[in-house]
Design a protein around this ligand. Structure first.
Ligand SMILES: [Zn+2]
Length: 270
């Protein structure tokens, strides 16, 4: 059963199959997720795993894309013991001082003794729960595996070769969000490459890997020129919109373990 009803936000329900919900010690949940997502093998821009320690044990978990103030407030309303996100805190290059919005978020989390777990690149790349693989499921693409020497760049095929314009229309329908298509809309697409979120920097590698089209979440000014000059169209489908699915799948995994877990989609236009 879902543990709370939230007004005005889209809550995707993960129904717990177990009659009796379990509690897990924080350290056990941490090692379970760290091992599942093979955190030790990633060099990342942020710490993966437990970022802020809260109460122990843990039973109720709210999952979301980003550890925003809004998500923390929903976790407080739901009396969640832990928040699990894709975008956590303490990014390399961040101002390390606890001031302004950083202070507001941290103060709320600590005041309510809620644990914060974050999984960034390990959740992008995971072969089952990862953003790239889960996005392919939603888009109906068949992944053939990551590009050589770049585990975050996924390659795959569309079911039947179609024009890039048609791919963009299908993406719009499946993500319920209008993407930006740049480049040749009439190019026939059979091999696709993609990287969720801010993966537009992999565009040249996608071209080198033989992709007919590259999709990511965000777009940069130079991406447009590369699409036009290479003849390989590019789709920016939204950072948030392409990264909703890994953390949602992880919420499903936690629910399967017997924990009370739900995914909350707090919309973001970017
Ligand atoms: Zn991201």
């Amino acid at each position: 059963m879902l543990f709370c009803a939230l007004a005005g936000v889209r809550l995707l329900q993960i129904v717990n199959r177990f009659q009796e919900r379990i509690q897990m010690k924080r350290i056990d949940l941490q090692s379970c997720l760290d091992e599942l997502l093979v955190c030790a093998s990633f060099k990342d821009y942020c710490p993966n795993g437990l970022q802020v320690e809260g109460r122990d044990p843990i039973q109720r978990i709210l999952c979301g894309v980003t550890a925003s103030l809004a998500l923390i407030e929903e976790a407080i309303k739901c009396e969640a013991d832990a928040i699990v996100v894709h975008h956590g805190w303490f990014w390399r290059g961040d101002d390390p001082c606890v001031t302004g919005t950083r202070k507001a978020r941290l103060a709320k989390l600590l005041a309510h003794d809620i644990n914060l777990f974050a999984y960034h690149l390990p959740l992008d790349a995971h072969p089952v729960y990862g953003n790239n693989v889960q996005l392919a499921k939603v888009l109906g693409w068949q992944p053939t595996g990551p590009a050589r020497q770049e585990p975050l760049l996924m390659l795959g095929r569309v079911e039947h070769p179609i024009g890039a314009g048609e791919v963009a229309r299908s993406v719009a329908a499946r993500l319920a969000r209008e993407p930006l298509l740049v480049g040749d809309a009439s190019r026939k697409v059979s091999t696709v490459a993609w990287c969720t979120g801010g993966g537009q920097g992999f565009f040249e590698q996608a071209i080198d890997a033989g992709a007919d089209l590259f999709l990511s979440g965000e777009v940069s000014e130079k991406t447009v020129h590369l699409a036009r000059e290479s003849g390989v169209p590019f789709i920016a489908a939204g950072h948030h919109a392409t990264e909703r699915y890994g953390i949602q799948a992880l919420a499903g995994f936690l629910a399967e373990k017997g924990l009370e877990a739900a995914f909350l989609d707090l919309d973001n236009p970017v």
